[in-house]
Design a protein around this ligand. Structure first.
Ligand SMILES: Cc1ncc(COP(=O)(O)O)c(C=O)c1O
Length: 395
């Protein structure tokens, strides 16, 4: 069958470390009790007040084609939120509403990469990053971050990888590491982007989940608003993963071209979803904090549990709904450990390797089950790791 390279080469092929996830799903469907700590989906559903706004909008007739760039109301609301958080003057002409953050990531790369150009991304990475870059016909090139640097980006490494590159994709607060990039790191990244003429695509979908320090949008750094495309989403901040509503914020000229792209691809986002999103954003930080609160609480619980032992290491858990745990003392890879944990205790976590080579020997734990189950699973995980580490030391 003759299919395009673009579509057949989206995934790299081979084992991508997602076997544990699929195995856990199979066990669940066969009726086994598995504690699922794999993917980034809240254990609460969308707030009833948001559903009410959605229902009202649909009943009032907002079920036809919506404006392709997004409704004026939602574009204005997103622009005002971004301006308040960053101080960067932002209007609706800087905003395109998209069906979720994922399609914003794709559109952003479509806007800046030609076929054959190199798009850089940082390893460890959110699972779709390389495929998104390949999907627009570009070459995906990983730049490693190191556990010794607490997975902060290294400007030197980005610089060394930048030949032929047109863009750099970063994500803070970070999935999978839970790290929030420091001002110092982001300033160094901004300097490289300016010197090497790179577009910065800044994925900020976890901007409401910051447990330590502050979220800094690199678009706010000097000289960056002209070369930064910010990706945002309602998915994580408002537990609206299924509503598929996100956005790109960037220079007006880029947004004008992206509206053309949207006209020929998605044709916009349902009006009742946009009205619900406008309502949710207008509810302000109180609602955002309510939705982030369970993860903040579980992260504190986890720090207490992890302090009682020294086998499993914790990468600084500064934001997002994940913990990145170092299990190298067990002598197993992240994948080996995740498989063994699933087999022995029916607890499913993601191997670090599924997020790139830099996270080898680690596992990612999503804090997405209720507090008691979460604490109990983490305790079991730690004592299992201790047993393995003792066995490994005796070998
Ligand atoms: C880092 C990151 N970016 C983007 C997305 C995409 O989110 P959505 O398309 O639901 O907005 C996710 C989802 O898990 C993510 O973790």
């Amino acid at each position: 069958m003759n299919l395009s390279k673009r579509i057949t080469q989206i995934t790299g092929g081979g084992s991508d470390g997602w076997d544990v996830f699929y195995r856990a799903r199979r066990m669940l469907s066969e009726g086994q009790a598995v504690t699922e700590l794999t993917i980034g989906e809240h254990d609460i559903r969308t707030d009833p007040s948001i559903l009410h706004a959605m229902d009202l909008s649909a009943r009032e007739g907002h079920t036809g084609y919506a404006m392709v760039p997004g409704t004026d109301l939602l574009r204005d609301t997103v622009a005002a939120r971004v301006q308040t958080h960053t101080g960067v003057p932002t209007t609706r002409n800087n905003v395109l509403i998209t069906p979720g953050g994922q399609s914003a990531l794709f559109a952003a790369h479509m806007a800046v990469c030609d076929p054959g150009d190199v798009g850089l991304f940082l390893d460890p990475y959110y699972a779709t990053y390389p495929g998104t870059i390949r999907g627009v016909g570009a070459v995906a090139r990983a730049v490693q971050t190191a556990v010794e640097d607490a997975f902060q980006p290294s400007a030197e490494r980005i610089d060394s990888a930048a030949d032929g590159a047109v863009s750099l994709l970063i994500n803070t607060p970070n999935n999978p590491t839970g790290v929030v990039y420091s001002r110092q790191s982001l300033e160094a990244v901004a300097e490289v982007c300016q010197r090497r003429g790179l577009w910065l695509i800044s994925d900020e979908v976890y901007d409401t989940q910051v447990w330590e320090g502050e979220h800094l949008s690199p678009r706010a750094l000097p000289g960056m608003k002209e070369r930064t495309l910010v990706v945002g989403s309602m998915s994580k901040s408002h537990a609206m993963t299924g509503s598929r509503c996100g956005w790109i914020v960037g220079p007006e000229e880029v947004i004008a071209h992206l509206i053309n792209l949207a006209t020929h691809t998605t044709y916009g986002v349902p009006g009742f979803i946009q009205d619900a999103s406008s309502f949710a954003l207008a509810a302000g930080s109180e609602l955002e904090e309510k939705i982030a609160a369970p993860f903040r609480r579980r992260r504190s619980m986890a720090m207490k549990i992890l302090q009682t032992q020294d086998t499993v290491g914790l990468v600084p858990a500064q934001g997002a709904m994940y913990l990145m745990l170092d299990v190298r003392k067990t002598g197993l890879s992240g994948e080996g450990f995740a498989n063994a944990l699933l087999d022995s205790h029916a607890i499913a976590v993601m191997p670090g390797e599924s997020f790139g080579a830099a996270a080898a020997g680690h596992i990612r734990v999503a804090m997405t089950v209720d507090d008691d189950r979460f604490a109990s699973a983490l305790r079991t995980l730690c004592s299992f790791a201790e047993q393995l580490a003792k066995r490994h030391a005796a070998e």
